[in-house]
Ligand binder design. Structure first.
Ligand SMILES: C[S@@+](CC[C@H](N)C(=O)[O-])C[C@H]1O[C@@H](n2cnc3c(N)ncnc32)[C@H](O)[C@@H]1O
Length: 316
């Protein structure tokens, strides 16, 4: 069986950070039984698929995202993998048969219009979502204020639109998942015994122009970041462990203490991440991200954490 992994490309995907996140799980994570794993901002689900394969003591996963089309994809992958694969294989062949650049572009725009007309059939909606994700510029997902997907066409010769092995592997792992659409706060009521939360909310922009967080027509502004911190406080009150990642405003601009102040009562450390959101290649590169936990690092058995936090203090 192929390895389960994100079935779509998603901005902010955590694939490159998995190892660093793994080393910062609670020390007793693997000793606990029947864990409920909750990811309120699931996006592409890199951490979700990693956790479900690496930690067999997770008995139940609860995933959530505000993007209804993305959530339809998760449900379709879980419930109708074979029908989805047939439909993706069809659109892939159809698209490959179009050779001229202009005709390819016209094909893309027709599919984008069909997607924006909001097809109610989950197979059609998911097929178009996958198609756009694989053929649009940089695999971006961006909508305008009216909620219409508006990313232009990318330039790919024969993009892989139908990855049957990944869909089957993901479908199997999702069989025990509860899949929700909406605001992150609704996940609180899914706490059940040994529960662990991992949050990867939209990044707080590092400058007015640099960062991308238009995943949904509702923007995730500073007030939402503060609301999320209050949600973390509720978890702390009921003693539920959580880990949260976000952009490192302080690492970028030594006067911006937004997260350091907001999460001052929790453990904050920093990890290296390479971002690839910026379309301008010269602006891509290594940045730090913050990781917030409500359990002490001293509880962590994984002792060989790269100590970039000290390096950063020196650099700042
Ligand atoms: C940084 S992405 C998550 C990346 C993901 N962890 C991955 O590995 O690909 C943030 C996600 O939060 C979702 N989102 C934005 N506002 C939200 C809200 N209020 N509640 C829940 N999800 C939200 C976006 O649709 C987006 O998928």
């Amino acid at each position: 069986m192929a390895k389960a992994k994100p079935f779509i490309k998603w901005v902010g995907g955590k694939s490159q950070l998995i190892e660093q996140l793994e080393t910062r799980l609670p020390a007793d994570f693997d000793k606990k039984e029947d864990i409920t794993y909750i990811e309120p901002f699931v996006g592409g689900g890199a951490m979700l698929f990693h956790m479900l394969q690496a930690h067999k003591n997770i008995k139940h996963a609860v995933i959530n995202d505000i993007n209804p089309d993305l959530i339809t994809c998760y449900k379709t992958v879980r419930d109708q993998p074979n029908e989805l694969i047939r439909s993706l294989a069809f659109i892939q062949e159809d698209y490959y048969s179009v050779k001229a650049e202009e005709a390819k572009k016209a094909y893309y725009l027709r599919m984008r219009d069909r997607f924006n007309a909001k097809p109610v059939d989950p197979i059609e909606n998911t097929t178009l979502f996958f198609f756009l994700n694989r053929t649009c510029f940089n695999g971006l997902y961006r909508v305008n204020k009216a909620g219409k997907f508006n990313v232009p066409c990318g330039r790919y010769e024969r993009p892989l639109i139908c990855d049957a092995d990944t869909i089957h592997a993901d479908s199997q792992l999702l069989q025990h998942a509860t899949i929700l659409t909406g605001d992150f706060e609704q996940t609180f009521e899914y706490i059940n015994g040994n529960t662990f939360f991992y949050f990867d909310p939209p990044y707080r922009p590092l400058s007015n122009t640099s960062s991308f967080n238009d995943y949904a027509k509702e923007s995730f502004n500073d007030a939402a970041q503060i609301r999320l911190k209050h949600f973390c406080d509720r978890l702390q009150t009921v003693k539920i462990p959580f880990m949260l990642s976000n952009s490192d405003c302080f690492g970028k601009n030594g006067t911006d203490r937004f997260f350091d102040d907001l999460y001052k009562d929790y453990n904050i450390d920093r990890v290296w991440a390479s971002r690839s959101v910026n379309a301008n290649g010269t602006k891509r590169g290594k940045l730090t991200e913050i990781l917030v936990r409500n359990y002490a690092l001293a509880n962590c058995t994984r002792t060989n954490l790269p100590n970039i936090n000290n390096q950063l203090k020196l650099a700042l």
